[in-house]
Design a protein around this ligand. Structure first.
Ligand code: FES
Length: 107
């Protein structure tokens, strides 16, 4: 079975501050791309799994993204739902940095 790799360029790595998140739209999809305090990068679906609300408008605290709508929380490194009202995990995507640019691999 062959796996297709679909790496999409997001931005320069310095375009995201430490412990912050940006919104990234591609086609008709939306993603959230995170930079941790240690400057590791992560990507998840852009919408909260509770309601269709952009997580990139939320607050990053350590490995947590807090949704701005009802304060549900996820671990953005694993996608795990961490605080009600969210109970469905977020989908995560592989991230790589090459030549100071961030890429995410979407299916
Ligand atoms: S929309 Fe995110 S917690 Fe409700």
């Amino acid at each position: 079975m062959s796996l297709t790799t679909n790496w999409i360029e997001v931005c320069d790595k310095e375009d995201i501050d430490e412990e912050d998140v940006i919104r990234f739209d591609h086609g008709n999809r939306t993603f959230a791309v995170y930079r941790s305090a240690d400057s590791d990068y992560y990507a998840t679906d852009g919408y909260c799994t509770h309601e269709k609300f952009h997580l990139a408008n939320g607050l990053v605290m350590g490995n947590i993204i807090e949704c701005p709508k009802h304060n549900g929380r996820f671990d953005y490194t694993s996608g795990a739902a961490k605080r009600a009202p969210v109970c469905v995990d977020l989908k995560t995507y592989p991230v790589k940095v090459e030549n100071d640019k961030i890429f995410i691999q979407i299916d």
